[in-house]
Ligand binder design. Structure first.
Ligand code: ADP
Ligand code: MG
Length: 566
């Protein structure tokens, strides 16, 4: 075909494909899960688009996925009659990887020494469509976007380039055909053209897919009659969230999680709940076991999906989960909403707000429970998501108390272990009335700071806060358990008892008189840099330090603002 164009994969896509071709991932069966997952997404999208756009003349009565095999040609096709792709969509979504964090992932992969680590990293990323190249040496994709006339054929062997060709007669939707690697290839464990292999993989990974997955199977004729083929549905299509909790196996939850999250590893926690009464809903939520690479990038989020009576309505439904819990994945199926509901209306809807309040409470309660019952798992949670959760102390005053309970911080009390605020308060010294914290880039910088000297001398514990968000929440929260949160770097810190203070005051008077000339001279010399030069009571070994006024912003925050261009 002279209209065939040969194009190059984007550099990052090429590197990821290399990894697939060279079989970095040991469980190759999951390629089928990825293709079925994409097909299912495409069917959801078509149903939704047809619902919103009545002009679009498409038939949505028989949305399904078909798996076709040709044992002689050794091909396996996954076909859907979903939304399909335009030529430009094929080039932009299959030829490139838009996910933020790709470059960083690839750098880490290059550095990963052993195969185990690499698999873990790839697992965190989710390779999606490219997984096809684990089992195929040639992949062909034929697609036609719903509502468009012409279709597109895409072909590649997974090396540097692919071709795209316009075609006249493609059915609406997408068909991905894999030319399977030779059956005797040493690392090919399964024959992916065998009916039972396919059935088993679908059962294990994709049983809950809400659309029928069909396959033609051979039935031997009885008593010498001709063999017949028959098309059967090989998944149960049961919406997992609608089933009673006690009847769902953990493995089923895990596979469902992988489908909605596009993650390849198991979740840390599963939350399955049901709301009854005036507004019925079911929610199946997951806390992942690791943070996505784009947790802190503004574009990067894929949170909770909204369904209405089993029909997919939208991805990333921010009305259901606050930003600080953006890492929570899953599905909420609300029974009494209009299928046409828009994001804006959802944000205003009183019942949706009530659901959101309940979901948030449940997620936080789950974390709190984890903290007391399974400290190890909680630690994983906090290490991965703590920095995001702390944003809740700024945004979500309703849940401040429980957020302060699940909070963990590093402190001078222990080199290695995190502490919580209750632990700090429990260790406070007699006569200590405030909770002290220090902020900075990392533990070492803070500990070397002269501000710490007086506290060390006194034996007072200091919280060491190193996330940029810490500056903001400590200010916002102000106190815990009736005790003020006080920065070691701000204002006058009173560390002494009444008597010591009087003594020190007269001593300081004496010193002030003695050093008046020096201080006046230094104040003059440094006039452009500081507000005031004064004698310090806080230092024990350093000769001088710079302090902020109680109202001033702290150095870390100042740095943060400066970096942001203020
Ligand atoms: P993800 O599913 O995480 O987005 P994939 O690599 O699995 O990543 O797929 C990349 C993109 O390719 C999808 O987001 C979708 O836009 C497109 N795509 C893949 N398969 C299909 C399909 N069967 N029908 C329509 N679009 C598809
Ligand atoms: Mg996918």
């Amino acid at each position: 075909n002279d209209r065939t164009e040969t194009l190059e994969f984007q550099a990052e896509a090429r590197q990821l494909l290399q990894l697939m071709v060279h079989s970095i991932y040991s469980n190759k069966d999951v390629f089928l899960r990825e293709l079925i997952s994409n097909a299912s997404d495409a069917l959801d999208k078509l149903r939704l688009t047809a619902m919103l756009d009545k002009e679009l003349a498409v038939d949505t009565d028989d949305l399904h996925i078909a798996i076709e095999v040709d044992r002689d040609a050794r091909t396996l096709t996954v076909r859907d009659n979903g939304i399909g792709m335009t030529r430009d969509e094929v080039v932009s979504v299959i030829g490139t990887i838009a996910k933020s964090g790709t470059a960083e992932l690839l750098r880490q992969l290059r550095e990963a020494k052993d195969a185990g680590t690499s698999q873990e990293l790839i697992g965190q990323f989710g390779v999606g469509f490219y997984a096809a190249f684990m089992v195929a040496d040639q992949v062909e994709l034929i697609t036609r976007r719903a509502g468009e006339d012409g279709g597109t054929r895409w072909e590649s062997d997974g090396a540097g380039t692919y071709t795209v060709t316009p075609i006249e007669d493609a059915p609406q939707g997408t068909a991905v055909t894999l030319h399977l690697k030779p059956a005797d290839a040493e690392d090919n464990l399964h024959d992916y053209t065998a009916e039972w292999t396919i059935r088993e993989i679908v059962k294990r990974y994709s049983d809950f897919i809400a659309h029928p997955i069909r396959m033609a199977v051979e039935r031997p004729g009885s008593d010498g009659a001709e063999a017949t083929t028959e098309t059967v549905t090989i998944n149960s299509m049961k919406a997992l969230w609608a089933r009673p909790r006690g009847e769902v196996e953990p493995a089923e939850y895990h596979e469902f999680y992988k489908h909605v999250s596009h993650d390849w590893s198991d979740p840390l926690e599963t939350i399955h709940m049901r709301g009854e009464g005036t507004f019925e809903y079911e929610a199946l939520l997951f806390i992942p076991s690791h943070a996505p690479l784009d947790l802190f990038s503004p574009q990067g989020r894929r949170g909770v999906q909204l369904y209405v009576k089993r029909v997919f309505i939208m991805d990333d439904c921010d009305a259901l989960m606050p930003n600080y819990l953006r890492f929570v994945k899953g599905v909420v199926d609300a029974h009494d909403l209009s299928l046409n509901i828009s994001r804006e209306i959802l944000q205003q809807d009183r019942q949706i707000r009530a659901v959101r309040r309940r979901l948030v409470k449940k997620v936080l309660a789950t974390v709190k429970e984890l903290k007391t019952a399974q400290p190890e798992r909680y630690r994983t949670f906090w290490t991965e998501f703590g920095a995001a959760v702390k944003e809740g102390l700024i945004d979500d005053s309703d849940n401040q108390d429980v957020l302060l309970e699940i909070l963990s911080v590093v402190s001078t009390h222990d080199e290695a272990e995190l502490t919580d605020l209750a632990g700090y308060v429990g260790r406070m010294k007699d006569g200590q009335s405030d909770i002290y914290y220090a902020t900075g880039e990392n533990r070492a910088t803070i500990e070397n700071s002269p501000h710490m000297e007086a506290f060390r001398a006194k034996g007072y514990e200091v919280l060491l806060l190193t996330d940029p968000v810490d500056e903001v929440w400590v200010e916002r929260v102000g106190s815990y358990d009736g005790r003020a949160l006080r920065s070691v770097a701000k204002g006058q810190v009173d560390l002494d008892t009444e008597e010591e203070r009087k003594e020190a005051e007269s001593e300081r008077e004496r010193q002030r008189a003695e050093y008046a000339d020096l201080l006046g001279w230094m104040g003059g010399v440094l006039a452009d840099s500081v507000k005031e030069v004064r004698l310090s009571s806080r230092l024990t070994t350093s000769p001088a330090c710079v302090v902020g006024d109680a109202q001033d912003i702290t150095p870390t925050l100042e740095k943060m603002y400066r970096a942001m261009g203020h």
